[in-house]
Write a protein that binds this ligand. Sequence first.
Ligand code: ADP
Length: 267
Amino acid sequence: NGSTTLSLRLIPYSDNLWLLVARDVSRLLQLEQMRRDFVANVSHELRTPLTVIHGYLDMIDQDEHPGLTPMLGEMQHQSQRMTQLVEDLLTLSRLESQDRLAGEETVAMRSVLDTLRREALALSQSRHRISVEDSAMVDLFGSAKELHSAFSNLVSNAVRYTPAGGEVAIRFHAEGDGVALEVSDSGYGIPAAHLPRITERFYRVSTSRSRESGGTGLGLAIVKHILNLHQARLGISSEVGRGSTFSCHFGNARVRPREAGDSGASR
Ligand code: ADP
């Protein structure tokens, strides 16, 4: 719209002198916006053809073409992956284009934790020990849909990057003057050198393992955005061969007393 955005930096120069450096970042912001629009448009345009391909693949009766079964299975699998990728790209675009949340409410954490437990069990298919601990006794204020999506991504990673026989623990507990939701696993872990970049889009520690595990490479980028919109912080600690802990730290402003009669009781 023709306005100029300046980035200002104050740099100490000598005892009583400071330098004020002003940089015109309008063009940078404009390019960033173009990149976002482009990704959003491409993703949106890919949706319809993918739905058509997926639909027709589902209609092919595999019993009539026994020789094609492995190929049809692979085609279905790959088109599902592409659909998930497009959905994740659209989610990320939507999150990037908003700087505050619409429709915030008190989110009943008992039922969120219950859903997470069920999701973990379904993904794990009894290959892991899953535990849920709820000692915070409060609820969160925010977007129920986005918060669930963030926590769900962490739980899915914990299960996918932990070999059979391992453990996944979900804990919701008081911390400082706020609360934290923590997802720990006893899985592969992440080498320290990768940690600073792990929440970047498509950044992966091991491409082959991540592809096999069925992710899109956008999960943690989505988590980070959702937490930012809640002024929450993502903490990551990990040790190779021992496991990882991802914790979402929420300040006091996001904490609400828990209503006594909240359904979704945690068992
Ligand atoms: P992906 O779809 O590849 O899982 P994410 O953004 O969710 O994408 O995660 C990025 C990368 O971080 C993964 O590819 C994996 O290498 C690593 N990672 C994420 N969570 C875990 C975890 N719990 N244990 C080990 N590695 C993890």
